[in-house]
Design a protein around this ligand. Sequence first.
Ligand SMILES: NC(=O)NCCC(=O)O
Ligand SMILES: [Zn+2]
Length: 568
Amino acid sequence: MSTPVKKVPIHLQSAQNRLLIKNGKIVNEDEIVEEDVYIEDGVIKQLGRNLIIPGGTRVIDARGKLVIPGGIDPHTHFEFEFMGTKSVDDFYQGTKAAVAGGTTMIIDFVFVKKGESLIDAYYTYRQKADDKACCDYGLHMIVSYWSDRVREEMSILCSEHGINSFKMFMAYSFMLNDSELYKAFEACRKLGAVAMVHAENGSIVSQNTERLLAKGVTGPEGHELSRPEEVEAEAVNRACTIANQVDTPLYVVHVMSKSAASALVQARERGVRVIGETLAAALGTDGSQCKHPCFQHSAAHVLSPPLRSDPSTPRSLMISLAQNDLQLTGSDNCTFNKTQKELGINDFSKIPNGVNGVEDRMSVIWEKGVHSGILDPCRFVAITSTTAAKVFNVYPRKGCIAVGSDGDIVIWNPNRTRVISAKTHHQAVDFNIFEGMECHGVPEYVVVNGRVCVDEGLVKVVEGYGNFVKTPVFPPFVYDLENAEKLRPSNNGIDDLHQTPKGEDRKVSPTPTLPESAVSTPSCKGPRPDGQRNLQDSTFSISEEMDVERRACIRVKNPPGGKSSGFW
Ligand SMILES: NC(=O)NCCC(=O)O
Ligand SMILES: [Zn+2]
């Protein structure tokens, strides 16, 4: 079977190919600068003030607003067949919602049934996604069983199909045992792939579940009781130990508890190379919701690992992100309607696991992180976009605003607010775990590969417009941190860096090229000394809330653009 080729209607190929974003403040992970952005044919062509641009260019005035890299959500499950049902957000509705919320790339997980070929499963997902995705997407593979054939297919996927990450489960019926984890992690290291793990002790969860059900605890409150914090922390510790035996960097998905976050920090302190992801859900709500008297409400909050009943968890995880104890955020968007959640009405262990988040991740993190004074805007960009781009090796094509990067940009208004509701969200699901939350920070414009897909708040996505983005192996940020430092965007664009070639996987509009004079306008941006974030010079002051006092927030121990040694 050959890789599917997408056909893009001609009217979309040439649509809105030139765009100037003026007067905004560009926020990258390491600095804020006042520059305009000129995008042509989906790529950022110029940065600076007083740019010379061709006539007919659409101009958006971003005065008083932030211009940030589009969010990258490294953890979604669209159209996922799971626990006897299928998640309701498909690749159209899911990516539409992503874009509506300011996310311009998602990475979904290919589920491989036991015994199934990984490559067949990959093609199934490409077919599901290619004609539907409204923004760029990548794929991780789930390794749900182990064999020599699996190892061979992992290699083929890396070399021929643009896959660089494999997730192994330590819970559910498709979990791997310790020897299998050992072999899978080792295989990842040999391939230069990112080994990801869902860390919960599945055997303990099964025993606890049996015991609770036998005692008559059948409601959603039983979910967390069956999977307490230490069961998550034990698995984090064990996964780190196994990965360290085979010298493989490890990515722990959805760190949901304070105990798991500290297990990860302790592992790092003894030299384990581990990256920690947490979720919008864990930062925006907590386990008290699972004790709500209404089944539909409590069941809607069931995911694994669970939201924690310790109410200090969300703030603590946010502080872990600020301090670089955790590195990035996803949504784990895996949505089931109320009727689907009712599969577990008499048995909490049958409630399909999963929550929403792909649309609201950016707003929730801005509200709970930046607006509350824990994160600065640069760190916000790092944990919602840049670090994911680096880990999955699509930086600096994605995850930053630089000459040569994709035109994936959000114009973010931190002074406007919106109230999250299932009544107004763009997702297919009929419930929203953030219902009623007022969020400062609204994505007024979302530009996807140069096309304005949210226009003054109006969502104008195009089904099938998104591309599959290959994720190359050996991400320097994971395997070669010294050289990762060289991966800085420069004024010359990103072509000089050993990164995904520009134009690869990208639909290029057949439009006239600019005259030489137009593309060579110098940018005023110079190289930055290593590790220095230029927040002061950049005068971040557009929001009343963003006064000096608020920004005197928790210090980031290892600034994202800073010392490489600090990461591991
Ligand atoms: N997280 C969750 O409960 N559902 C999605 C599957 C997974 O990531 O474990
Ligand atoms: Zn997941």
